[in-house]
Design a protein around this ligand. Structure first.
Ligand code: ATP
Ligand code: MG
Length: 414
């Protein structure tokens, strides 16, 4: 593989994160630069509401990453989030003709293409953009759940099952406009949940069945996987910012609420230390107030329970029961860093819960192995897969328009 650079840009509700990586001769990713900038309220529930403000944050984050890495970043793989991101399942079947001896012929690549195309032919609103079409499985006559294309197998009927992920066209255009205004182009757009999943889930977890929840500032992005592929995506407009807002009800300034949450809060009441209190300035600078650890924790845990209930609700919408997902729930995103989140998740959902951190083998900084970097680092891996599979997709109709947006991700050094 050619050496070059690939960049992921996580446009999140609280901040924009740019991670850029070099590709080694062997095709491995080496993170060479990271940059971050606050979005300053330019997104609501995952969608851009202030293009100019977000463009400023995009530019600042990219320039910081460029400064560290010494590579120029001209195009980026970017994430999209918000309750408008959703998926539709589709099934398509085609007949395989028999020869003159009435024998079924071997299934070939063209048959696979025909079945996949039939499965993709689900109707969706013209206001949606297709982000991804994931082939989940194939079936040949009575044999179901075949994970690989059954090329060479004989049979009468071939079925393909796909999962098409859609996003609101306008939201994607606003996101692309912000990146464009920052002087960069978008190589590809992926749903946040798939990027985070790529960064933190193992092959075994995907095969066993697992739920991924990226709990950010304004959204919780959920993806359910079974038999190695995604079967449901959903975005719930709840996240860590709601916890900070709740703490402000203790009549403290927002900066203090954010500080209390990050430095003091625990997500599970079993971790409360009844002997601890903290003194913080009151809102308006009128004196200070002493707040017990148990009061902080009661406020926080109520919201944490709501977040996990929302995640469980998404699992329910997938049509899967929790027992169909033996690998349990993996949480990531900034809010997953709060102590006790996994315990709280287990109490609410009744399934095993782990905090997932991105596995980045080689990086200039340890920062990227924090849960808050899951989306940005996952975008790198998805982007790399996207480029590597470009030739294969080109032959498949329906995805060619997405392919057109692939920029030249291999950039020369400045
Ligand atoms: N140690 C911590 N304890 C509690 N909360 C934390 C901690 N670190 C970060 N957070 C919270 O995580 C959230 C930010 O997470 P993240 O960076 O994943 O969000 P984002 O990607 O900007 O937003 P979103 O994904 O919702 O669009 C904020 O609400 C922040 O307060
Ligand atoms: Mg995020």
């Amino acid at each position: 593989m050619q050496t070059g650079v690939i960049s992921g840009l996580d446009v999140g509700t609280s901040r924009v994160t740019c991670v850029t990586a070099e590709l080694s001769e062997e095709g491995a990713l080496i993170v060479t630069g990271v940059g971050q900038a606050s979005t300053g309220g330019g997104l609501r529930e995952g969608s851009v509401i202030d293009v100019k403000g977000v463009a400023g944050a995009v530019q600042a984050a990219i320039e910081e990453a460029e400064g560290v890495s010494s590579w120029s970043i001209d195009d980026v793989f970017v994430n999209v989030s918000g309750p408008h991101v959703r998926g539709i399942a589709g099934t398509g079947s085609v007949r395989i003709d028999r020869n003159e001896d009435y024998e079924c012929r071997e299934i070939d690549e063209e048959d696979i293409d025909r079945a996949e195309e039939a499965a993709r032919a689900v109707s969706f609103p013209a206001t949606s953009r297709v982000l991804d079409v994931v082939v989940r499985e194939y079936g040949v006559d009575s044999f179901d759940r075949l994970q690989k294309p059954p090329i060479g197998l004989r049979g009468e009927q071939l079925t393909a099952r796909v999962y098409t992920i859609l996003a609101d066209k306008t939201s994607v255009l606003n996101l692309e406009a912000a990146v464009g205004m920052a002087g960069r182009s978008v190589s590809g757009v992926f749903p946040s949940c798939l990027a985070s999943a790529k960064a933190v889930l193992s092959h075994d977890e995907l095969e066993m069945g697992v739920v991924l929840a990226d709990i950010g500032a304004g959204t919780t992005d959920v993806a359910v996987f079974s038999n190695g592929t995604v079967c449901h995506v959903g975005v719930v407009p709840v996240g860590g910012d709601l916890i900070s807002n709740d703490l402000r009800s203790l009549r403290i300034p927002s900066v203090q609420a954010e500080h209390l949450k990050r430095e003091w809060a625990v997500a599970s009441l079993t971790m409360v230390d009844p002997s601890k209190t903290v003194t913080v300035p009151k809102i308006g600078g009128r004196g200070s107030v002493s707040i017990s650890h148990s009061i902080i924790s009661q406020v926080v845990t109520a919201r944490v329970v709501e977040i996990f209930e929302a995640i469980a609700g998404e699992v329910g919408r997938s049509g899967m029961g929790v027992h169909d997902l033996p690998a349990g729930l993996v949480i990531t995103g900034g809010a997953a860093s709060m102590p006790g989140m996994a315990e709280a998740g287990r109490e609410v959902t009744g399934i095993p819960v782990e905090v997932g951190s991105p596995s980045v083998p080689d990086s200039v900084t340890d920062l990227v192995s924090k849960p808050a970097f899951a989306t940005a680092t996952g975008l790198l891996v998805l982007g790399l897969d996207y480029v590597a599979n470009a030739g294969r997709r080109r032959r498949r109709p329906g995805i060619s328009d997405t392919l057109k947006r692939i920029g030249d991700v291999f950039r020369r050094m400045r």
